[in-house]
Design a protein around this ligand. Structure first.
Ligand code: ATP
Ligand code: MG
Length: 376
């Protein structure tokens, strides 16, 4: 029997963005301490952590020192090198395990794993040479280091394929068929050390410029589709032997099929609403799983919606926070990032409503109020 890690212990987080910040807030609420490791300083996670270490992920001496000071290591950033998690594992359990990260951080490994497990993915082609580009169209995606649609090019005509591959630097890639979807869905789920499985139901995600824009929870899909999505998610967490939180992103095709788009072995943007809407947030759940505690109830207390606040919201100067908060249902989350760049995730708004649709309307309206009118 592996001993649980109790309150008072320090949990290490690789990565220092908003996911780590919200994890740290949940962890501190339960009396844990948090140490974060990333190359940066004054980070969203560091601002609320007990300890912030700024060093390169490849600096394994620093990594080992970090791991020696914590009771367990988790991560919030997907592109942590395998050598980094391996160095951590010499001193503390890494949860989910480094192998999970290794599989999911690389599109070729991820898709190969999913196919081998008999799970549904869109048709794809592995691209390593020019010849692999022939006779295919769709979306060309770099195998590694992609996020928020970076490293992706839409290829509508075969003759554009070579130029597209050039534009992503001729690196290893996955050429994926373009999926004509009805909508995009996701399931955020968690698995404990003992193999218990819980999930937050099926939510709908709308993207703008390849970045998540709006999450509607629950999604308005037939019950049987929701059940199937949860079943697939359960199979993924089992097959990967996940201890922690993992999100499965789906395409729900016009033909009524569920295809896995990708996996994220950590809390996910589409689960941010759980902070305000559920008995146990995805961040507290990550903590519970990582520490070997019993998992918490995932009950959703009311239908909810979440809208992301990108740097674009600062286009006309400081956003009008007062106007957004005029609706008392609006919950504002900001990540403490000093510089509001276009396309950068700066925060989000969650609204609970009578229905998820009603919550979405209110969340979008609140965001619209943020943009101050430009003075004439
Ligand atoms: P993130 O990590 O933020 O989810 P990412 O860079 O890993 O982003 P993907 O999830 O692969 O990117 O793609 C981002 C979005 O682009 C998808 O959610 C979807 O809206 C669109 N997209 C990606 N692949 C396809 C496809 N094969 N067919 C249709 N649309 C797609
Ligand atoms: Mg995605």
């Amino acid at each position: 029997m592996i001993r649980p890690i109790l309150p008072g212990a320090t949990i290490g987080v690789l990565g220092s963005g908003q996911l780590g910040r919200m994890f740290a807030i949940a962890a501190r609420r339960m009396g844990y301490r948090v140490a974060t490791f990333s190359p940066d300083e004054d980070t969203p996670t560091g601002q609320v952590a007990d300890l912030e270490i700024a060093a390169d992920y490849h600096d394994l001496d620093q990594v080992r020192q970090f791991a020696q000071g914590v009771s367990a290591v988790t991560f919030e950033f997907e592109n942590v090198p395998a050598a980094t998690t391996a160095a951590c594992a010499e001193f503390a359990p890494v949860r989910p395990a480094g192998e999970v990260l290794h599989t999911t951080q690389h599109r070729i490994r991820e898709k190969t794993f999913l196919q081998a497990a008999g799970l549904p993915v869109a048709n794809f082609r592995i691209v390593r040479t020019e010849a692999d580009l022939e006779g295919f169209t769709g979306i060309l995606k770099t195998a590694g280091f992609g996020y928020d649609g970076k490293g992706q090019v839409r290829v509508k005509n075969q003759q554009d394929a070579l130029a597209a591959w050039d534009s992503i630097g001729r690196v290893e890639a996955v050429f994926e068929e373009f999926v004509d979807f009805e909508c995009e869905l996701s399931v955020v789920a968690a698995r404990s050390l003992q193999g218990d499985f819980v999930h937050y139901g099926v939510v709908e995600n709308r993207h703008a410029n390849h970045i998540l824009d709006l999450t509607i929870a629950p999604a308005a899909v037939p019950q049987q589709v929701a059940d199937e999505a949860v079943e697939i998610a359960c199979a993924v967490l089992d097959a990967l032997d996940v201890v922690g939180v993992l999100c499965v992103e789906f395409f729900y095709t016009k033909g009524g099929k569920l295809l896995i788009n990708e996996l994220a072995p950590r809390p996910h943007n589409s689960g941010h609403f759980t902070f305000d809407a559920n008995t146990t947030s995805q961040f507290e759940q990550q903590l519970r799983a990582v520490c070997g505690l019993p998992l918490g109830s995932t009950q959703q207390l009311a239908p909810a919606a979440m809208v992301n606040l990108l740097g674009d919201v600062w286009a006309n100067g400081e956003p009008d926070w007062i106007a957004a908060l005029a609706d008392p249902q609006v919950k504002l989350h900001l990540y403490g990032k000093p510089e509001a760049r276009k396309g950068r995730k700066m925060g989000h708004i969650t609204v609970l409503g009578e229905t998820a649709q009603d919550a979405a309307v209110k969340a979008l309206a609140a965001r619209a109020r943020l943009l101050k009118a430009v003075p004439q």
